[in-house]
Design a protein around this ligand. Structure first.
Ligand code: AGP
Length: 611
């Protein structure tokens, strides 16, 4: 989704804006632009396409002199991707410029009213109403920027993080947010706003996380925060201790490959602090043993891959801890009036912590008075701040749009929770817990082993990179793995792919199987081997080519698949953590082979901050 940056300080703003925007590229965008105050006017340059087009257009920012500016990468919502729809947007006399991340839901109404007052619109965006509305209130509020921003905010419905500059207040950048991420970086000789921390890390590690309806006013040497009544707010900055290099490629061809290879470490980092002397200690959970025993139900709510980890966890929580679990897509949960009774724990899973639907689902759960737990990767993000409790996954910054390492960390975070709950509720003995822990702690090395064997998958990916349709099948946890394997392939290779519960194929989808169709069969659940194999036989007899991901030494597969990749043996609940590795590599190498933009696939955004 859109990214915003802003800078005010001693340096030239445009190169800093371009650099900041480059750190937000991972969010997904189709056009980019900047507005810089040159001492007399606000100049805007904006264009369709990648940031390098904007860099070329402005000679790396050199043609836009000035030390105050705002920048934007746009992921189109209202209005097609085009130069004119790109941000920033001006007001009527070009004395105000605005960048926006989010959606103004009542923009139609506002636009009609503004047009009736004589305002002219150049773009098809919702954002342009903000520029004109600011113009209207700025004049009405006797050129008081804070008062006019408050007025605008009181009139718009939807989500926004805004960066604003005024030609007659050239020493300030203003910013305000509601439900779209925004941080302020406190630099030396200059201050910044941005949608995410990596954009400011080159200049500062001291960052303020802005809450809804807080206004930030930045000048070269000062940062002031206000509420919408214009009262000063005291805020504490947070020191970011991860390194800028964590958000760089470090010699890998793509972020996705780097992140795949980081999994042994990040999975270990997520497990280790929570295991002590043979016990699972999740202090951040803040639940007593009595409260854990009193749990009647768990709802897991998330989107995309995070949702897929929840589908896996349903099998794990129910199988191990015998707690009923419902798993919902956040976009469904929030509108289905779920029954949330006392004794329910709602777990919201999100890498970014900013996904609009997941955040709305969390708020719904909180409004119903049930306990909420966020499993979140981005420290200080909205879901992390708003959930009653937060359990962080220690994946570090994930840049590639296709999640890999955050997914793997979300899985092990949930295994830890399930084991903890199962033990406290006496569903597993001390001996069983000890044996699960041995298997859990082996996972990082086992992932490493799988990664050292990538050539076979690479060859297979080259061979099938021209496939038009691919089906992923499995039963139980293998079905959950299939969901993620299929998403990994389709989102970065643009090959049509579907995941099916293997037993469900014959109820319709099998009609799509023809000579040469690739079927990826995930077969890691021993008690279901025979059942899944019978489905494999069905598709092979209709001409499918079967690639199977199965456990080491599963001889039953040898005569039933055309290609096999083996994963090390582990506990039946943890197989997802291993089986997903060859499937991530498969998606990655197919995308590379097709010459696609692996890290920034078309139409997708890393952080989906609109519903
Ligand atoms: C997966 O590769 C995607 N990037 C996507 O499905 C993602 O998992 C989903 O948008 C949820 O994002 P979140 O974890 O940041 O909430």
């Amino acid at each position: 989704m859109c990214g915003i940056v802003g800078y005010v300080g001693r340096e030239q703003a445009a190169p800093i804006l371009l650099d900041g925007l480059s750190k937000l590229e991972y969010r997904g965008y189709d056009s980019a632009g900047m507005a810089v105050y040159d001492g007399q006017h606000i100049n805007i340059q904006k264009t369709m396409g990648r940031l390098k087009v904007l860099s070329e257009l402005t000679h790396d920012g050199a043609t836009m002199p000035g030390c105050v500016g705002i920048g934007h990468t746009r992921w189109a919502t209202h209005g097609e991707p085009s130069d004119v729809n790109a941000h920033p947007h001006y007001n009527e006399d070009q004395s105000i410029a605005v960048v926006h991340n989010g959606i103004i839901e009542n923009y139609g109404d506002l636009k009609t009213k503004l047009e009736a007052r004589g305002y002219h619109f150049l773009s098809a965006t919702d954002t342009e109403v903000i520029a004109h509305l600011l113009d209207y209130y700025y004049k009405k509020c006797q050129y008081n920027a804070l008062a006019s921003i408050s007025k605008v905010v009181s009139r718009v419905e939807g989500s926004y993080a805004l960066g604003i500059i005024f030609v007659d207040q050239p020493e300030y950048v203003y910013s305000v947010r509601k439900d779209s991420p925004l941080i302020v970086g406190h630099g030396q000789g200059g201050n910044l706003i941005a949608s995410d921390v990596p954009a400011v890390l080159k200049y500062t590690r001291d960052v303020y996380f802005i809450e809804n309806d807080e206004v930030a006013m930045l000048s070269q040497d000062n940062i002031q925060f206000y509420n919408l009544d214009g009262e000063i707010l005291e805020k504490e900055s947070k020191h970011i201790d991860w390194d800028i290099h964590a958000a760089e490629k470090g010699g890998y061809e793509h972020f996705m490959l780097k992140e795949i290879y980081e999994q042994p470490k990040t999975v270990r980092d997520t497990i280790t602090p929570r295991v002590s002397n043979g016990e699972i200690v999740i202090e951040e959970l803040g639940m007593t043993d009595e409260e854990i025993r009193a749990l009647k139900k768990i709802h897991i709510v998330a989107c995309g891959s995070a949702y897929h980890t929840g589908v896996t966890s349903k099998y794990v929580f129910e199988g191990m801890a015998r707690i009923p679990v419902e798993v919902d897509l956040a976009s469904e949960f929030r509108y289905r009036n779920p029954i949330l009774e006392e004794g329910t724990l709602v777990i919201v899973i999100s890498q970014s912590g900013e996904t609009a639907d997941s955040l709305a689902a969390l708020r719904l759960a909180k409004s119903r008075g049930v306990k909420t737990l966020g499993i979140v990767n981005v420290v200080g993000s909205s879901i992390a701040r708003e959930a009653d409790k937060v359990m962080y996954t220690w994946a570090g910054p994930e840049i590639s749009v296709a999640t890999t390492k955050a997914y793997s960390c979300q899985l092990v975070a949930q295994y830890l929770l399930a084991m903890k709950f199962a033990h406290v509720r006496r569903q597993i003995t001390d001996t069983e817990l000890a044996s699960y822990l041995v298997d859990l702690e082996k996972l990082p090395n086992q992932i490493e082993r799988l990664l050292s064997n990538k050539e076979k998958i690479q060859k297979f990916a080259n061979r099938y990179s021209g496939a038009e349709n691919v089906f992923f099948i499995g039963r139980g946890i293998d079905y959950a793995i299939s969901l993620e394997g299929s998403l990994k392939l389709k989102e970065i290779s643009y090959i049509h792919s579907e995941a099916y519960a293997a037993g469900e194929l014959k109820h319709g989808t099998i009609s799509l199987i023809e000579e040469g169709t690739l079927v990826v069969a995930v077969v890691t659940q021993e008690e279901l081997y025979a059942k899944t194999i019978s489905n494999i036989v069905e598709v092979r007899s209709r001409g499918a080519v079967v690639f199977s991901v199965t456990n080491d030494n599963n001889q039953a597969m040898e005569s039933n698949a055309d290609y096999i990749t083996y994963i090390p043996r582990t506990n039946k609940y943890f197989t997802n953590s291993l089986a997903i590795i060859p499937l991530q590599l498969f998606g990655y190498y197919v995308s590379v082979c097709r010459g696609l933009d692996v890290d920034k696939p078309r139409n997708l955004a890393k952080s989906v901050t609109v519903e």
